[in-house]
Design a protein around this ligand. Structure first.
Ligand SMILES: [Zn+2]
Length: 367
């Protein structure tokens, strides 16, 4: 059997089967809208479809290795247009420089469609998909592709289209060229014009399972297995989030989470408050959220150790520390502690003043 290029998209079995079947019957709709949370593979799937149409080896999803796949990945395939939201050009910046930045970020997405890109520090305004981009797309849509074949347009983050851009795209969707497939991806389809949504066939992408993420991290990003398991457990089903955690200072954050865990269950109330205050004073807000998420993963680890599960989803160092912690706190109410951390995360997301999070953590049962 020839290698299926869709294997390079993590998980998403149901969606893969639907797309493979539609491609096999030559029945892929002219306009598809991929919805679902960030980092679950909507763009990865769309890029795989584009690769497949151009691939010299005719591998559905693209072989990723032939000349044509190389051209698509370098954004040099005239049959593939990748559009993503971009910030406006600063007045003082030369056009050349601006387009170089946009191209570089586009290539970064092609290399790793799971990872979101930032345009900072060069470009700082909110990214949008403007009318000029869609107008350009419509002009090109009137030309035939040299040598025939199917043209693929990927509009990533379609909810960032301005209203004029969306209205312009609507005209294209009303009469899509025969040889064109338009793929829209959006984590927030509620922000799209209903008239656009109604002209697309919507495919919903699920959150990835922990094992999908674990496998992807190990096989594609060469993450050490123990670390991959731990990160998968706290990724919330998003590979973007998982890769962000893997890139960040993972070990330092885990140490901080351990410290918070120790503090939470400190027997002396004064030391408990002091420890929590020190933690908050030295940690910025975004980092607090990360550490709380990691704390949640640690609590799950504690639960699994207590239940005597063989398959402890933690690497051995962390597992040893947790086992020791559990031994020191045999009466620990893990469920209640988990609820408290979830509440603290919720407070944090609602921008509640940090000391209130402290207060919430301070209400730890099980001391
Ligand atoms: Zn190929």
């Amino acid at each position: 059997m020839s290698p299926n290029g869709f294997d390079r998209v993590a998980g998403q079995k149901r969606v893969k089967a639907l797309i493979a079947s539609a491609l096999g019957r030559n029945r892929l709709p002219h306009a598809l809208l991929f919805t679902g949370p960030a980092g679950v593979g909507k763009d990865a799937m769309a890029m795989a479809i584009a690769l497949g149409f151009a691939c010299d080896e005719r591998v559905p999803g693209g072989c990723g290795a032939c000349k044509s796949c190389g051209r698509t990945l370098r954004l040099e395939n005239p049959g593939f247009q990748f559009i993503q939201p971009v910030p406006a050009k600063p007045k003082a910046m030369k056009e050349e420089k601006y387009f170089e930045i946009l191209r570089e970020r586009g290539l970064a997405r092609m290399r790793n469609p799971y990872r979101s890109v930032t345009f900072a520090p060069e470009l700082t305004t909110a990214p949008v998909i403007g009318i000029d981009t869609i107008r350009g797309l419509r002009q090109e849509s009137r030309l035939m592709l040299f040598g025939g074949g199917t043209r693929v347009v990927l509009i990533s983050g379609a909810e960032c289209m301005t209203v004029p851009a969306a209205n312009s795209l609507l005209k294209l969707l009303e009469e899509p060229p025969e040889d064109m497939v338009i793929l829209l991806t959006s984590p927030a389809p509620g922000l799209l014009l209903p008239t656009i949504v109604s002209r697309c066939q919507t495919l919903r992408f699920d959150r990835l399972s922990e094992s999908d993420i674990e496998t992807a991290l190990i096989e594609r990003w060469e993450t050490q297995p123990g670390k991959a398991r731990f990160i998968a457990a706290m990724s919330g089903g998003s590979l973007d989030r998982a890769l962000e955690l893997a890139d960040g200072d993972f070990e330092a954050r885990r140490d901080s989470a351990f410290q918070v865990l120790e503090t939470m269950f400190e027997k002396n109330p004064a030391a408990r408050i002091e420890g929590t205050e020190t933690f908050l004073k030295n940690t910025d807000k975004a980092e607090v959220q990360d550490i709380l998420q990691m704390l949640l993963a640690l609590l799950r680890g504690l639960q699994q150790i207590r239940l005597g599960r063989e398959d402890c989803r933690l690497d051995s160092d962390a597992a040893r520390s947790l086992a020791a912690f559990l031994k020191a706190h045999p009466d620990l109410d893990i469920d209640r502690a988990t609820r408290s951390v979830l509440r603290a995360i919720d407070f944090g997301q609602k921008n509640v003043y940090l000391p209130l999070i402290l207060y919430s953590l301070d209400q730890m049962p099980g001391n």
